[in-house]
Design a protein around this ligand. Structure first.
Ligand code: ADP
Length: 335
């Protein structure tokens, strides 16, 4: 899955890492999930055992990887990072699992993209900390059981609906991360601005928060672009509302924080398909983007802000979407 908001170069990744909160107390928002995780970790600590397996779902950039790191950090266990696409054979998973040290936290991002054969191996590993390794082929094939060190699996997915039930059922705790409210993003930005040494009045932070699509990763990224703008066009490390506006306009972030792809999708539904309903596949061809990205990155936010509706016959645009694009809702005037 291509994350449209993924920072591309290494230095950006390094900055993203530096801005990650390392404890639950520093993690902004998601209050319910934080409380639940805290209890899970406290109970495991009291019993001196690894925490139950954790499944985190939600759109990219909402803090799934960060939470996995926090789980490891707070339980003072090492963390191993992997991802579904990297596990294309049961053997890949067997190698990974058998190399874990006792109590290690294993993070598998995009766990819904793991190979089927590996999924089955994972069931047993999660439940009994054991795997069966097949050796040989055909009639001579035998399976050799292998005991594993107990571990905590933290799985992340943008599409929990794609996980087979037996896998989902083996997580002791499942949480869905929601988009953040602007006041929560303001806190993320305040914290990051302090770390980056950018001075900003509250109104400027609020403006970035409003235009961050409910997503901390985007808030941090926009903040970095604002900082760049202040360096080049302003007076160094101070950014006011005018600087924020100018920087975000330059990067085509509109007043609601919709980016180019969000607008392309809205525009296609409204103009090309006359408000819909339009099927996901058709929409994906129309905007030249993978349907997976549209379904797990673009749509959830457009649905959340009330611009797009899902019907059994496809996606429909709401009057608010027309309003945002400046298209009259009575679209009979369109050719
Ligand atoms: P995901 O794994 O869901 O795609 P990440 O955990 O990589 O998202 O988070 C993306 C960035 O957003 C990280 O750099 C992190 O600093 C920041 N971030 C995410 N959630 C929070 C939060 N609740 N509080 C503060 N920063 C956050």
């Amino acid at each position: 899955l291509r994350d449209v908001d993924e920072p591309v170069d290494e230095s950006e990744l390094a900055i993203e890492g530096a801005l990650r909160p390392s404890s639950l107390a520093e993690f902004v928002g998601q209050q319910k999930v934080r409380g639940q995780l805290q209890l899970l970790l406290d109970a495991a600590r009291l019993q001196q055992r690894p925490a139950d397996h954790i499944l985190l779902s939600g759109p990219p950039g909402l803090g799934k990887t960060t939470l996995a790191m926090i789980v490891a950090h707070e339980s003072e266990r090492p963390l191993r990072l992997s991802s579904g696409p990297a596990i294309q054979h049961a053997g890949d998973l067997a190698a990974l699992l058998s190399s874990l040290t006792p109590g290690e936290v294993l993070f598998i991002d995009e766990i819904h993209r793991m190979a089927r054969s590996a999924e089955e191996m994972l069931y047993l590993a999660m439940e009994d900390f054991r795997i069966d390794i097949m050796v040989g082929k055909g009639a001579g094939a035998t399976s050799i059981p292998l005991d594993l060190a107990p571990f905590t699996l933290v799985g992340a997915t943008t599409r929990s609906g794609l996980l087979p039930n037996p896998l989902r059922d083996r997580f002791g705790f499942t949480a869905h991360l929601e988009y953040y409210e602007p006041f929560e993003l303001e806190r993320v930005i305040e914290r990051s601005a302090a770390r980056l040494g950018v001075e900003m009045p509250p109104a400027a932070r609020a403006e970035i928060a409003r235009r961050s699509r409910g997503t901390p990763r985007i808030a941090n990224r926009l903040l970095r672009r604002v900082r760049d703008y202040a360096l080049v066009h302003g007076d160094g490390d101070a950014a006011d509302e005018a600087i924020v506006d100018a920087a975000l306009d330059l990067y085509d972030v509109d007043a609601l924080g919709l980016d180019r792809l969000d607008r392309a999708v809205l525009d296609a539904v409204v103009r090309r398909f006359r408000g819909g309903p339009v099927g996901l596949g058709t929409l994906s061809v129309a905007v030249g983007e993978e349907s997976d990205t549209i379904e797990s990155v673009v749509e959830p936010y457009l649905v959340r802000i009330g611009f797009l509706g899902r019907t059994p016959r496809g996606r429909v645009a709401t009057p608010e979407a027309y309003g945002h694009l400046g298209v009259p809702h009575d679209n009979s005037v369109l050719g």
